[in-house]
Design a protein around this ligand. Sequence first.
Ligand code: 5RP
Length: 222
Amino acid sequence: MNAKQLAAEAAVALIKDGMKVGLGTGSTAYFAIQKIGQRVQEEGLKVTCIATSIQSEELAQSLKIPMVGFEQLERLDITIDGADEADHHLQLIKGGGGALLREKIIAYITDHYVTIVDESKYVETLGKFYLPVEIVPFGWQRTFDHIKTLGGAPHLRQRDNAPYITDNGNYILDCDFKTIPDPESLQTKLNLIPGVVECGLFVNKTQTLIIGYNDGSIKTHK
Ligand code: 5RP
């Protein structure tokens, strides 16, 4: 079992009958969704879930995981999601997979937010991974300029030689801040810029960080 799968399966073991569960996005969350599907089918685990992306929703549906909409829930008991970087204070950079806005909306209604990563993502200080910032397409060049004044070198995310479009119809700027010693302050500054929808800093959201190691071990930080 690889390090991502180890972390994912340890997180899924936290899910109990009757829980409302947020499903993350990305290659680590993929393993979690697969394991939830297995528990639903083999153990009869009773859960209701909501996904952080169209991709994860389709995967969950294909595994016959019961899904609900926001009209049917106010809070989630647990969400299991990956990250691009996690620091020692459990602050995160997310959005490498482009789902940061839905991921953050779901993080903010979750009682127990569990982040799952392999060892390569656990860092001293955030910032080596370019920070994804979701922005509206209108006037994006000027939003780009504003972010530059905060010290981040933005790059418009591309796919097939065209701007990458999120599930919400927006663009993403991947911003090189080199190092982010104060994620909370940067989050506030970024989210005040007109045109910024949300940034990929997840500050004080993770209650449990599960790290999978290549030697087959896992470590949990709370
Ligand atoms: C998607 C995310 C992912 O959780 C993050 O990119 C990690 O992905 P992976 O598990 O594939 O490394 O934030 O928006």
